[in-house]
Design a protein around this ligand. Structure first.
Ligand code: SAM
Ligand code: DTB
Ligand code: SF4
Length: 341
């Protein structure tokens, strides 16, 4: 039988990049995924996505920086580090009233999850008690809760779990071999230890990373392999496109080809089929067309609200309009299933 020119490369690539049977994801297998022809990669990711998320809904998670700036860590991307002059002033933990006001607004705008971020290296036990109180109040409003407070000790993770915290966000941020060029004040193993403590306390894990920091494609594959091989894989996987903030060492990084971000989303979807993959920081810079491609490639969560922690995010009204134009239902607001059967 004749093979058309159009069929040949697709069939060839269908055999590439399969997960080693039953084994962990290797960096090489994920590199091979990233190297697939773009349309083939997105098409495969979309098939995995439809199989695992037939409703096709997009989760809306709102972020609030409950304790901003003055962080002793030196993460080279971060506007909140004391090491860099970024114009972000350090402030104390917000009052419960102010946090609840923000959570009320997030819920009214349609968010289903409320994530509280703090610029701490590692919170004190007293800090954790205070955040646990915030978690109780926000949860009582009917919102899912998430917190990202830096490194946690086992008992601190348990305190948060006892308060009803649903998710803890702690990112691996990059591949182990790229990490030391970005962060010097805490190691990769510290992050893995915190993730272990969070899991052991029974919390769900939100863990992802940043792309566009000058890493190679192989290192992006390395990050995805680390995430996919966590056992179990994180329930939420934020993929942040570096927000280049003036004053940080990464301010002048070469922007990543946006199609590469779509590839990373697709590889995350294929390797972590049941996780929510969140198209996170950097959506403003992507624009609507690229965001639509990310949704096609399997992103099914966004940070929703006019601000991330200290930098901007698309307007709520614009996000709503975009999701409507794309006929994408919002988690918790599902009417009819999005995908025809
Ligand atoms: N201090 C805590 C920690 O580092 O775990 C929690 C807050 S920290 C800001 C949470 C995450 O935000 C980081 O791990 C990083 O992935 C992301 N992030 C920070 N600055 C960013 C930037 N400029 N662009 C993209 N993502 C960023
Ligand atoms: C995550 O992965 N991204 C969010 C959240 N977890 C805490 C933070 C993005 C920060 C972007 C830059 C800023 O506004 O500070
Ligand atoms: Fe501190 Fe977190 Fe920023 Fe690193 S990413 S400097 S730990 S706030």
């Amino acid at each position: 039988m004749n093979t058309t020119v159009a069929e040949a490369p697709i069939q060839l690539h269908r055999r590439a990049a399969a997960r080693p049977a039953g084994g962990p994801w290797t960096r090489e297998a994920i590199e091979a995924l990233l190297a697939l022809p773009f349309m083939e990669l997105v098409s495969r990711a979309q098939a995995v996505h439809r199989a695992h998320f037939p409703a096709g809904d997009i989760e809306l998670a709102s972020l609030l920086s409950v304790k901003t700036g003055g962080c002793p860590e030196d993460c080279g991307y971060c506007p909140q580090s004391v090491h860099y002059d970024t114009g972000v002033d350090a402030s104390k933990l917000m009052s419960p009233e102010a946090v609840l006001e923000a959570a009320t607004a997030a819920k009214a705008a349609g968010a289903s999850r409320f994530c509280m971020g703090a610029a701490w290296r590692s919170p004190t036990d007293r800090d954790v008690e205070k955040v646990a109180e915030l978690v109780r109040s926000v949860r009582a409003m009917g919102l899912q809760t998430c917190a990202t407070l830096g490194m946690l000790k086992p008992e601190q993770a348990t305190t948060l779990a006892d308060a009803g915290l649903d998710y803890y966000n702690h990112n691996l941020d990059s591949a182990p071999d790229f990490y030391p060029s970005i962060i010097g004040t805490r190691g990769y193993q510290d992050r893995l230890d915190t993730l272990q403590n969070v899991r052991a306390a029974g919390l769900r894990v939100c863990c992802g990373g940043i792309v566009g920091m000058g890493e190679t494609r192989a290192q992006r594959a390395g990050l995805i392999a680390e995430l996919a091989n966590l056992n179990p894989a994180p329930e939420s996987v934020p993929v942040n496109n570096l927000v280049r903030v003036e004053g940080t060492p990464l301010a002048d990084s070469e922007p990543l080809d946006p199609f590469e971000i779509v590839r990373v989303i697709a590889a995350a979807r294929i390797t972590m089929p049941t996780s929510r993959v969140r198209l996170s920081a950097g959506r403003r810079e992507l624009g609507e067309g690229l965001q639509a491609l990310c949704f096609l490639a399997g992103a099914n969560s966004i940070f929703y609200g006019d601000k991330l922690l200290v930098t901007g995010n698309p307007d709520v009204a614009d996000d709503r309009a975009l999701l409507k134009r794309l006929d994408l239902p919002v988690t918790g607001e599902l009417g009819t299933a999005n995908y025809a059967t």
